[in-house]
Design a protein around this ligand. Structure first.
Ligand code: GNR
Ligand code: NI
Length: 171
């Protein structure tokens, strides 16, 4: 079991665009295990490889209460099935302690590869749809704070920078 370090805003590495995975290997399957351990320990409901400084298109999600429904998405593609938007308050393990309203597409189809490299599709609504879009944004170098005003974003940045300075001093 390995808990990985999660990058925090405004770390510039979170802005890296993830590359598609051409061949799913045992190394990826080990990373998936470590990402699930890291997500469950946090705790969170989703984690993108970008957040652990691996810039490949890989996401894990588990919306269950008891860690019983891990989902893995490799090279995910999204198709909007219904243009209606839903607003939800989101949190992000890379922006700890802050919660912001974000509007997302309510109903979408995801095409991706599973941990064995096998293609699958999944229709998503509600929290699952929101979470997948949040994670796919990470793969694109995009963060939840990009949807709020620059004033609010700057305030969050300053608070986190201060926390990071204090943490470094006491390390
Ligand atoms: O744990 C998380 N909760 C959450 C709540 C609402 C919308 C999205 C999320 S994802 C987040 C974990 C995370 O930062 N994933 O990138
Ligand atoms: Ni996040």
């Amino acid at each position: 079991m390995a808990i990985l370090d999660i990058l925090e805003f405004p770390d510039p590495r979170l802005r890296t665009k993830a590359k598609p995975i051409t061949q799913v290997t045992d190394k990826h399957r080990q990373l998936i295990k470590d990402m699930l351990d890291t997500m469950y320990a946090a705790p969170g409901i989703g984690l993108a490889a970008s957040q652990v400084d691996v810039h490949e298109q890989l996401i894990v999600i588990d919306l269950s209460e008891d860690q019983s429904e891990p989902l893995v998405f490799i090279n995910p593609k999204i198709t909007v099935l219904d243009g209606d938007m839903e607003k939800m308050q989101e949190g992000c393990l890379s922006i700890p302690g802050f919660y912001e309203d974000v509007e997302r597409v309510e109903h979408c189809l995801i095409e991706a590869l599973d941990k064995d490299g096998k293609p699958f599709t999944l229709e998503a609504t509600g929290l699952l749809a929101v979470c997948i879009q949040h994670e796919m944004d990470h793969l694109d170098g995009k963060l939840m704070v990009d949807y709020i005003s620059s004033t609010k974003r700057d305030r969050i940045r300053k608070k986190l920078e201060k926390q990071h300075r204090l943490a470094a001093k006491h390390a």
